[in-house]
Design a binder for this molecule. Sequence first.
Ligand SMILES: [Zn+2]
Length: 919
Amino acid sequence: MQNNWLSRRACGWTTCILALILALFLTHPAAAQPTGSALLPPQVAARQVAPPHVVPGTTYNAAIPTPTDALGFALGERPVRHHDLLAYLGTLDRLSDRISVEEIGRSHERRPILLLKITSPANHARLEQLRTEHLVRLEAGVEAPADAPVFVWANFGVHGAEASAQDAALATVYHFAAATGSEMEAMLDRAVILAVVVLNPDGHALRVSRVDRFSGEAGVSDPAHFQHSGWGEARVNHYGFDLNRDWLLLSQPEARAWVGAWQRWVPQLSLDHHEMGSNSSFYFHPGEPRRTNALISRRQTELADQIAGYHSRALDPDGVLYYAEEGFDNFYIGKGSTYPQVNGGVGILYEAGTAAGGAVEGRNGLRTYAENIRLQFRANLAAVTGAVEIRRDLTASQTAFFRQARASARASGPAAYVIAAPDDPARIQRFLGLLAAHGVTAHALSETIEAGGRRFEAGRAYLVPTDQRQAAMVRGIFETPKSFEENVFYDVSAWTMPLAYDLDWAALEPGAFRPRLLGERARGGFDRQAATASDLAEGPYGYVVRWSDRAAPRVAGELLRAGLLVRAASAPFEAATPAGPVAFGRGALFVPTAGQQMDAAAMHALMGKLAREDGAMIAPIVSGRTPSPATDLGGNKSWTTVTRPEILLLFTGDAPRMEAGEAWWLLDHEMGLPVTLRRASDLSRTELSRYTHVLVMGAVSSGWTRAETESLTRWTRGGGVLIASGAAAQWAQRVFAAETGEAAAAGASPSARAAAGPALAPASDGNEARTPDQPTARPAQPPRDRRDFDRMEAGETEHIIAGALFQSDLDTSHPLAFGHTDRDLAIMKLGTAVLEWPREDAYAVVARYRDAPLLAGYASRTSIARVAGAPAVTATQRGTGTLVLFADNPTFRGTFPGTERLLLNAIFMNRHIRGPRAP
Ligand SMILES: [Zn+2]
């Protein structure tokens, strides 16, 4: 079916001719065409009996080109390139009246992400009506009529490296477009299939390029062959984010595209195609039963089990090895197979043991790419068949889910949550955008109230009522669970979103809630928006930029790039504006009119543009004299000049990803700051004197020589700012301690360290489960702990923090904390590593975990004791430079504006940091 997406594209000559030729053919039965074998060893090529898109015994419409026709090679021979995939889907869109294609978004690298709607021509004619009726029924809690179609969603390729998960889309879509007969027609009458192709096009493109780059004429199935490597880099997106954690967080454009579409349809069944290691066979949900999120109903798991029956009946005749209910779980709600389940649907995860670069030897024999495509496609087809057969149950379960979630919100728990970020309107707008994207309703607060010991002001705070269709998602977003049936987690154990966003927030108990508090519906948005509504007036003396706004560091970068002199305040002050005195917090930037290369009119134009486009509050200034003491805008005590940062980010592996990638995303994508990316292994060939800041986030190069390490410490002592987080922070504190004779403390035994400093816990370099109350003088006795063998997994993970939220106490007067006014700062903690107490500098601990720090998630008492009270973020003077250490990732999944701010301050506010003059 042709639509807008297609009409924006010219018909390529090859596809036009192909369409003409194909139109001449008649319907023909599926031939067992042998597949090609460019990548396959001969014994594998011989095993291919039919292309993976063919279901034996099915008759296909010859007017629809097969993938082999369109690509010029059979699926499974080599991975399909993104532009070829788009061209083929465009052809199907044009030739099939069962398919329509919609572009729902673009990746960072501007590749289209497509939503394919597959159903009968009759359903296509009233598709929008079917969708809106479905949503209206869900909102009202009304049962669907017997003839309502079931909506089945399919995720193809969220992890770019897992290539059979994307190419299976072509097999699947071809089958639904071309298979003839009354059975298929009935199926498409009863189902609307919504397929996203592909979810992570940038990772996918990278993978295809690598597999092609290292493929030879003769296939190599040796797992050691380089072609089979490089999974990590292509799993993620452009900035190194794992998009299959972003269903909840929506920090990336790809996830916003598909979650937006998912919530427009709210399908009853979602299928999520992946690959895993080649030593494993084939996995499908239901997941590990003991690790099911409490928001998921038993009925949903039962239905996943029924769908599993369709999978096994489809795969058994071929003798396919498979398993379910093992390893993979449904706990973290930001994964593609779990998210649907807290949104009323059934989610199925598929994992095929990868064939890597085409064919690879594994513990269960040879895995081939073509077989994996076939497996994914056949499993998908089995699930759609099942969905059609049990569609009344799936639909009823979805209606019941929303009804029950709502009823339980009415029966217990808070009536609403109140949220605010008074000093950073953009942050609350972003949070409201996140809620709206998940279909959660929020309202402006219509009256000023007190809740949880805080004051929330009308018009600047928002309310999220719990009694709404998305009651389960409201719980998933706001709750702070701390007790769990099991302590094994596939991913993080907590993700309370207002803590991640460092919001002011409180629960409103039913007694404190009144419906009249609900003002206008608030939708927010992810885009930057102007903080100043009217045009910026001219500031004859200069301009002040509020630092607490999310966009302020972006503005700082643009001002410095424009060559302007910028000063930053280390104390709160009041400034004279045309509208009278206005209060500003620490970190506020002052851009004087005097002493600039730019004339006043050009500067006014630039400030107006930044206020409009970036969304930081900017005020025109009429006088240098401030009503507040010792803060006059030309003074020395409270002001320093901001220098233009030159940032070097050292990364390990093929590309920055996870922690390093997230820092790159923050600095580059969010703040518009140029970042020089360089492999850590190229350190010796790097002229460090060019840079003001060097970042080593997460992983640190294992291969650095002593001379390379010394080049970094020497550069720091000469005035550089070295920023390290996670494992790199542990490394940096060891290196600097060894240089300055602190080795006695840093390198000694944990007990000596615990005795040497006020830290309650040693650094996490071992598994010692030492708590402050244990004696440290005598060596510990070997544990006389005896447990049953089958409790080993739980025992092994007992003291692991898989991802929990910890409360820290933030020194808001420290330059690294400028922009914060509240001493509470939640930190996402993975593992139990903490920082050493800085020696001879009592002012260097920017954030310290609180004594009872666990806010949400799982952590054993032993782990909590190791972390409690210890430093989380430090900034120490090293020569004339600064060493900034984060025990944890400050930009975790691009979703922690509170800790991200500390990293940004390390970039712009470093000149305010100094050590004490005398010990
Ligand atoms: Zn995956």
